[in-house]
Write a protein that binds this ligand. Structure first.
Ligand SMILES: [Zn+2]
Length: 132
């Protein structure tokens, strides 16, 4: 039996699978960010990005995904196309029950519980720290 060098077996792949689709998603997002977020072209690019990601079964980064409205496909820019506030509807009014509410101009509301873990880091950001 042939012995394998352990350093050779754990090498990362030289090419990224579905790289052309990732490049297309990146281009669509950057092109949409350059345009007017209320414009039809910007919204069409972001809708196209969403469709391509679903069709090719690619996972968008949560930090990128949270900047796009699911209903109208607008880029969520605070003060322009989205308003952000911290809600607390609990009776105790403790800081643990704080909710970050992002409402789009189309009326869609996204709510993120931020009070429980103030120092919460997205899984995609955790991987970057481990690699560095
Ligand atoms: Zn919207």
């Amino acid at each position: 039996m042939k012995k394998q060098n352990p350093a050779k077996t754990h090498r990362p792949p030289k090419t990224v699978p579905k790289n052309d689709h990732y490049q297309r998603l990146g281009f669509l997002y950057q092109a949409a960010a350059q345009l007017d977020p209320n414009g039809a072209l910007s919204r069409m690019y972001l809708r196209n990005m969403d469709v391509v990601a679903k069709k090719t079964v690619l996972k968008l980064d949560p930090s990128l995904k949270r900047t796009i409205c699911k209903k109208c496909h607008r880029l969520q820019l605070p003060g322009r196309t989205a308003s952000i506030r911290i809600e607390n509807t609990s009776n105790a009014k403790s800081a643990e029950n704080d909710v970050l509410a992002v409402s789009c101009v189309c009326g869609t509301l996204k709510r993120y519980p931020i009070g429980r873990a103030r120092d919460y880091v997205l899984f995609s950001d955790k991987n970057e720290v481990q690699d560095a």
